[in-house]
Design a protein around this ligand. Structure first.
Ligand SMILES: Cc1ncc(COP(=O)(O)O)c(C=O)c1O
Length: 402
């Protein structure tokens, strides 16, 4: 790690953050501590700011050109993950990750076809796929949050009865649990899919955010995954969701499928976003390393703050992402009153309780599909003082309930 880069999570005060106008800071009332949607409380690295600033000063704000994002990503994958398998000839820049996932699923399936997800999982997987007319089937994770190749086999087999080529949508690493899948798990999933004639589309938006020096394994690098797709974006790791852009990559056996992608998908890409993402990938390494160190500290902080303030709540140790998946199923919580502040937002379970009684906003696990009820997702991409304050508030609320 470059010691000259300060911890990006400790540079903004709560007052500064409250001046932000993005969803995390504006969706709920101003007194809430927002530890929900996946935005981080950081300023992007200086090279990203400079690159966007230069584009603005030149009026370089027109349409995107060429395949710069695929080329830069392919170099990043080689430098950071030691994997040279991303070929820009088999990559397309897309407006954002969800658009890339939907585009891949639409290349491989028809309306009413089945798409399998490993629940609990990122809620837009359900919403976007249903909006695209696909039917969702769930292959739940194991009780310890790992991929379950046998469950996946059973559900894909069921999908095959109605769908010639079902898709398995994989979050690698997994959101909301922060699990980094192992090579064996990914290879087993690839083998099951191939065996059944199914296809895998991997969402790798959290891939730069593996903690503790854990190796990230791109799904397309796994033997058997040559006919899969993956979607990457720099938007999570460098906090660029307001400058949306992403890359859809095809394995060598999926190249012909990728060539059928409608040109309109690529047409929606933002030129300035591509500039920002490429600057992050090319020059944001030292900042990312400093961020990862800060996230590891926050992850450890969250584990001990749960122990200290939230008796009855359990959490497993995330290996990636800035998300902690808190199990509140053992909490005996009162149902929210009809006029509770959380009601208009439709929150349930512990998310509603902490919203109403601690003024802390978390993601409601009920939206993450089967296995999510009674859980909350907590975003620890923030400062240590905000984290501490949120846990003190939640602890006080739990104690008062008795
Ligand atoms: C797993 C996962 N996929 C996709 C997204 C959204 O990506 P985008 O805004 O590029 O569509 C997120 C955002 O948090 C995410 O966690």
């Amino acid at each position: 790690m470059d010691a000259s880069v300060p911890n990006p999570l400790e540079t903004l005060t709560l007052d500064m953050l409250r001046r932000r106008t993005s969803e995390k800071w504006r969706h709920y009332p101003a007194d809430m501590l927002p530890l929900w949607v996946a935005e981080m409380d950081v300023v992007p690295p200086e090279p990203v700011i400079q690159a966007v600033h230069t584009a603005m000063s030149l009026g370089d704000t027109g349409y995107p050109s060429g395949d710069v994002y695929p080329r830069v990503l392919s170099q990043f994958a080689s430098d950071r993950w030691g994997w040279g398998g991303l070929d820009p000839e088999r990559m397309v820049t897309v407006p954002d990750v969800m658009t890339g996932l939907v585009a891949a699923v639409e290349l491989l399936t028809d309306r009413d076809d089945a798409v399998v997800v490993c629940s609990p999982v990122y809620p837009p997987f359900y919403g976007y796929m249903r909006q695209a007319g696909r039917r969702i089937l769930e292959a739940p994770l194991t009780p310890t949050g790992r991929l379950d190749p046998e469950a996946i086999r059973a559900v894909l087999t069921q999908a095959c009865s109605t769908t010639p080529q079902p898709v398995l949508l994989l979050a690698n690493p997994h959101n909301p649990t922060g699990v980094a899948h192992t090579r064996d798990e990914l290879a087993a999933v690839a083998a099951v899919a191939r065996d059944l004639g199914a296809r895998v589309v991997a969402d790798e938006i959290h891939s730069p955010l593996v903690l503790d020096g854990t190796e990230f394994l791109p799904f397309l690098s796994v033997p058997g995954a040559e006919n899969a797709f993956s979607v990457f974006s720099a938007s999570k790791a460098w906090n660029l969701a307001g400058l949306k852009s992403a890359v859809l990559s095809a394995g060598p056996e999926a190249a012909a499928d990728l060539r059928r992608i409608p040109w309109t998908v690529n047409a929606g890409v933002s030129h300035v976003a591509v500039i920002a993402h490429c600057a992050a990938l090319e020059h944001g390494g030292p900042w990312l390393d400093a961020l990862l160190t800060g996230l590891e500290q926050n992850r450890d902080r969250v584990l001990s703050l749960v122990d200290e303030h939230l008796p009855g709540v359990t959490v497993s140790r995330p290996q990636a992402t800035y998300l902690a998946w808190l199990d509140g199923t053992a909490l005996d919580l009162p149902a929210p009153a009809e006029d509770a502040p959380s009601k208009p937002f439709g929150l349930t379970g512990p998310a509603a309780f902490f919203f109403d009684h601690a003024r802390v906003a978390l993601n409601d696990g009920a939206l993450y599909g089967s296995g999510g009820q009674g859980f909350v997702r907590l975003n620890f991409g923030t400062s240590s003082s905000i984290l501490r304050e949120a846990f003190e508030r939640m602890g006080t609320a739990l104690r008062k309930r008795r």
